[in-house]
Design a binder for this molecule. Structure first.
Ligand SMILES: [Zn+2]
Length: 410
């Protein structure tokens, strides 16, 4: 296949399970065992210590000279001074990505890699945020894009993908059915890159290291990092970054990773709590609020096993939280901190409330904006007060004060 703009010098693809390595290509699996891949950069690559933006990390990312950018990365790190005063708890504001979610880091790197490897188009399965993001970067790269989504995906995410010119396939079933659909099309389409954000695209996984790099640059150390997980590549990428920094002597210890799922679809948390060393497909019906991470792993449970192994190796945790806990976290972050996020994105706060004695500082990765799923926001049931616009001005401000006090007591 044609390779443009210098390819991906310095990067190798390595199987997570059997360590067989090869030069970068658009493949999604190990050719020896079928396992998932990691995009490994030269471990001696100079880590950038003076950084002004996302692409300054390029020496330690699997990218070549081709750069497809919409202004990703460099998201804010917000201390939760009102919700958790006196504690060292921060939110990494990943909804500030160009398309409103953390997926933009992965799309920037994976679409850049796809261009460097001569891709003629991109395809992905998604619960919505990845489709919104991949389609934007494909448009920016001048590549055609197909996205496969489970029926019932929040309308705003579909609107984003269509606005970016993607072909949208709505698939009957769960994310796993959309995953199979995207794989089937890609397998029959030479030169098309698969940007499904499970472990099919190793460049996308590696991009999430930048979340860790940015937190480290601001805090000096990260004790614990809590992330929502479907299959878990964000958590994997974050730990890839932490290991690289440790191996270069830039940090002493890895952060404790916590992966969070919703109780209605929690294959990884279930395996963790049962003490298993492998993850099984989620057999029960998929239910619950955090649609972005409701991934039953049907047909690719080994992805869950990879995430479980990474969590265990780093002394971390996998937990499942309830819809009630998610609703509480949505209301608290919105009303006390001005952070309105979609249900999956607040699961880290819900998990933190369950786990004592996590090392500080703690970073909660809040992955997607509330506007991604307006129906879920409405369902969370934030109390509101309807007042006539013509009402007496003092009555309006008195009512606002009362509403505010009620919030503080809630
Ligand atoms: Zn292998």
């Amino acid at each position: 296949m044609k390779t443009i703009e210098g390819g991906l010098a310095g990067t190798r693809l390595s199987c997570f399970f059997c360590a067989t390595a090869r030069a970068p290509d658009l493949g999604t699996q190990c050719l020896a065992c079928g396992g998932s891949l990691a995009a490994v950069v030269d471990p001696a690559a100079p880590f950038p210590l003076s950084v002004a933006g996302f692409w300054d990390y390029a020496p330690v990312l699997p990218v070549g000279d081709a750069r497809v950018s919409l202004g990703e990365g460099s998201t804010a790190l917000l201390k939760l001074d009102r919700l958790m005063p006196g504690d060292e708890v921060y939110v990494k504001a990943e909804w500030m990505g160009p398309t409103g979610s953390f997926k933009d880091r992965g799309s920037a790197v994976a679409v850049s890699a796809a261009r460097a490897l001569g891709a003629v188009g991109v395809i992905c399965a998604s619960t919505g945020n990845n489709a919104a993001s991949v389609s934007a970067y494909a448009a920016r790269a001048g590549l055609p894009c197909v996205v496969a989504l489970p029926k019932g995906t929040p309308a705003n995410k579909i609107i984003q993908a269509k606005a970016h010119g993607a072909i949208v396939l709505e698939v009957e079933g769960t994310f796993s059915d959309a995953y199979a659909c995207a794989n089937r099309i890609q397998a029959a389409s030479p030169g098309w890159a698969n940007l499904t954000s499970t472990y099919l695209n190793p460049y996308m996984t590696a991009a999430h290291a930048t979340i860790f790099y940015e937190c480290e640059a601001e805090l000096g150390e990260v004790g614990t990092i809590v992330v929502p997980i479907g299959a878990g590549p964000m958590l994997d990428g974050i730990l890839q970054g932490a290991r690289l920094m440790r191996d270069q002597g830039l940090i002493e210890t890895l952060p404790v990773p916590v992966g969070v799922q919703g109780e209605g679809c929690a294959p990884i948390a279930e395996a963790f709590s049962r003490g298993l060393d492998h993850v099984e497909e989620w057999a029960p019906p998929v239910t619950g609020m955090p649609g972005s991470i409701n991934d039953p792993l049907r047909g690719y449970a080994a992805d869950g096993t990879r995430t479980l192994a990474i969590i265990r190796a780093a002394g971390g945790h996998a937990v499942a939280v309830s819809d009630d806990e998610i609703r509480r976290a949505m209301l608290d972050l919105g009303r006390s901190e001005g952070i309105a996020a979609e249900p999956a994105s607040v699961t880290p706060l819900a998990a933190l409330r369950r786990l004592d004695h996590l090392p500080r500082p703690v970073v909660l990765v809040v992955s997607g904006h509330a506007l991604k799923d307006g129906a879920a926001q409405a369902a969370a049931g934030a109390p509101s007060l309807d007042i006539d616009a013509d009402a007496d001005p003092q009555a309006v401000t008195q009512a606002a004060l009362g509403h505010f006090s009620q919030k503080l007591r809630a």
